[in-house]
Design a protein around this ligand. Structure first.
Ligand SMILES: Cc1cc2nc3c(=O)[nH]c(=O)nc-3n(C[C@H](O)[C@H](O)[C@H](O)COP(=O)(O)OP(=O)(O)OC[C@H]3O[C@@H](n4cnc5c(N)ncnc54)[C@H](O)[C@@H]3O)c2cc1C
Length: 362
């Protein structure tokens, strides 16, 4: 097997986006994943406008029957509610399996080599040890998720506190009742409701309480429990966490970390996929453009705003009285809320603005 320019461990959203970017830039790419497609995952499945714009730029097409466009965010906290519509572009709620199928199809069509059902067991000089033998590549990208074994083998430590927050999600066969992503705030948890198809909504709950019990969490949010009453679950529950830790550095020798492998952002602002796509683009640019900023600098830039907003929201989330005050204040200042929703949701859209406008038309 010829040695590819880029050898990617992990064929989730970050790994496949990296391979697509590589092929679009004229580099050869091989992706190795221990699972087989379509790969599912614990996720709220809301792709913000900035992420949608990036996906379109990559030429990834999502079947309309497997997705649903959303136009903004609504916060609900007891009797208080505030909502904002995106000023630029639109978001897309999409089942992870559908997103994975579309990414894999595009990567394959561009000529990336996709090796499914192959587990990576360790690193060797210039390559990886898999249960199908040793594979080598000019550059190794670790896109192997939050627990990233490659990161560990490369000797990259984690930095920052682990936040004791966990997530669990389930789908319901139910026609979406709004074109917004709803966030139900409560003292024990927040619940994110994302339309992901004409007859399907996804519910993801983030909480500090374990063991994760989705039914109990929903039952304690009466407004949401009423919405879901009688609806049939359409997937098995998937959980993940804790979140928040980040890699002390994102490159080491010939390994670069992409997506959750570089640190899993708490999903409170729903940006994991968008930042993974931005990181994939930045990494490949550093490989083909000698004038491009270095990957560590680009990674820091991409993560700056999401980390700040996430940090602020987590301060409020941990203090119920403060959280209620914040949501009430945002309800009293809807333009401020709209500004925040736009800044977060449309982050990076400027660089792919034309594609973003196309998203708004879908
Ligand atoms: C509850 C919850 C809700 C979320 N909601 C949202 C949301 O609404 N919007 C959003 O944008 N983001 C959301 N996120 C974040 C988003 O899901 C992640 O950021 C995203 O999945 C990261 O993708 P990834 O490709 O980096 O990692 P992963 O999706 O974890 O992919 C890693 C891949 O690596 C493979 N792998 C691992 N180890 C090996 C090995 N040894 N050998 C071979 N392959 C290996 C795995 O099989 C897997 O396919 C949410 C996350 C959670 C947990």
């Amino acid at each position: 097997m010829a040695e590819p320019d880029l050898l990617v461990v992990g064929g989730g959203p970050a790994g496949l986006a990296t391979a697509i970017e590589a092929r679009m830039a004229g580099l050869s790419a091989t992706v190795v994943d221990r699972r087989r497609p379509p790969i599912d995952g614990a996720c709220g499945e809301g792709l913000m406008p900035g992420g949608v714009a990036r996906l379109l730029r990559l030429g990834v097409e999502i079947e309309p029957s497997e997705a649903r466009v959303f136009h903004g965010i609504r916060y609900l906290d007891g009797e208080t509610r505030v909502e904002a519509r995106f000023a630029i572009g639109a978001g897309v709620g999409v089942r992870r399996t559908a997103l994975h199928r579309s990414l894999a199809r595009r990567a394959e069509a561009l000529g990336a080599e996709l090796l499914w059902g192959v587990t990576v067991r360790g690193l060797v000089d210039g390559g990886i040890v898999t249960d199908a033998g040793v594979l080598r590549g000019r550059v190794l990208a670790a896109a192997d998720g939050r627990l990233s074994p490659v990161r560990r083998w490369a000797g990259i430590p984690m930095a920052g506190p682990v936040r004791p927050r966990f997530g669990i999600r389930r789908h319901y066969r139910l026609a979406p009742w709004t074109d917004l992503v709803e966030v139900y705030w409560a003292d024990h948890a927040e619940a994110y409701v994302t339309p992901v198809g004409p007859e399907m909504v996804g519910v993801a709950v983030l909480t500090r309480s374990t063991p994760l019990d989705l039914d109990r969490a929903i039952h304690r949010i009466p407004a949401l429990a009423r919405r879901l009453e009688g609806a049939r679950p359409a997937s098995r529950d998937r959980g993940a966490g804790p979140f928040g830790q980040r890699a002390a550095r994102v490159v080491s020798d010939r390994v670069a970390l992409v997506g959750d492998a570089a640190g899993s952002l708490d999903p409170i602002t729903g940006e994991g996929l968008s930042v993974a796509f931005a990181q994939a683009e930045a990494l490949v640019r550093t490989l083909v453009d000698p004038a491009a900023e270095g990957y560590p600098e680009a990674h820091r830039r991409i993560m700056r705003l999401p980390r700040r907003v996430t940090g602020l929201l987590l301060v409020a989330e941990a203090r119920p009285a403060l959280r209620r005050l914040v949501v009430r204040s945002l309800a009293a200042a809807p333009r401020l809320f709209a500004g925040i929703v736009d800044a977060v949701g449309s982050a990076g859209i400027g660089t792919v603005r034309r594609a973003g406008s196309a998203a708004a038309r879908t």
